[in-house]
Design a protein around this ligand. Structure first.
Ligand code: SAM
Length: 184
């Protein structure tokens, strides 16, 4: 079972699970009631070691996994996973003119402002009326303000439709957001 005290939902550990982060994505899918198109294409920013990518693969999505760190060996041999071993800042400009994504997820361990800016950049590659999910790695102080500021910036590109506070993990509060790409 999830060892997250106070979790809204407890998930059983699965065979093949790669990271504790997997619980966050499973919980976000459930809490936000997100369904993804089978055989779609997903972008996973901050993918290593590959827990979220693994979950997206179990849902039938092909995944572009962006992270300078290595993915788990099993995923690196999976033809449905394209690992781009670099930072999102370098990857995103190279994606212009390529296939749009059915889902974008972002679990990068970087500060909120940078993550939000990169998410806005990535949003131009998200198909209309599709969802994105990101976690905000908040600093300990003035968290409400950090969330408010993040939502204000995100709202220029995406419609933040739901914000959920998941339990506090070892690296501090994580706030998954569900974002919707809506025509402006
Ligand atoms: C919490 S881990 C992601 C865990 C992943 N969701 C999983 O389930 O296995 C955060 C990752 O963000 C990556 N990261 C940090 N800065 C990044 C950046 N600028 N671009 C891409 N990835 C980044 C780190 O290398 C690290 O692997």
């Amino acid at each position: 079972m999830s060892d997250w005290a106070g979790s809204v939902r407890r998930f059983a550990r699965e065979e093949g699970q790669l990271s504790r982060s997997e619980f966050k994505l499973l919980e976000a899918f459930e809490v936000f009631d997100i369904s993804v198109p089978e055989k779609g294409l997903a972008l996973d920013l901050g993918a290593a070691p590959g827990g979220w990518t693994r979950i997206l693969r179990t849902k039938g999505l092909r995944v572009v996994a962006v992270d300078p760190a290595k993915l788990d060996g099993h995923l690196s041999r999976d033809p449905g996973v394209q690992h781009v071993q670099t930072v999102a800042q370098r990857y995103l400009p190279t994606h212009v003119g390529r296939d749009a994504f059915d889902l974008i997820v972002n679990d990068m361990r970087i500060d909120v402002d940078r993550s939000v800016r990169l998410m806005c950049q990535a949003a131009s590659f998200l198909k209309r009326s599709r969802f994105a999910i990101m976690t905000l790695k908040l600093k300990p102080r003035y968290q409400r303000k950090q969330i408010r500021d993040a939502l204000a910036v995100l709202a220029r590109q995406l419609r933040p439709v739901l914000v959920s506070r998941l339990p506090q993990g070892s690296s501090g509060p994580r706030i998954p957001l569900r974002l919707w790409n809506t025509p402006k």
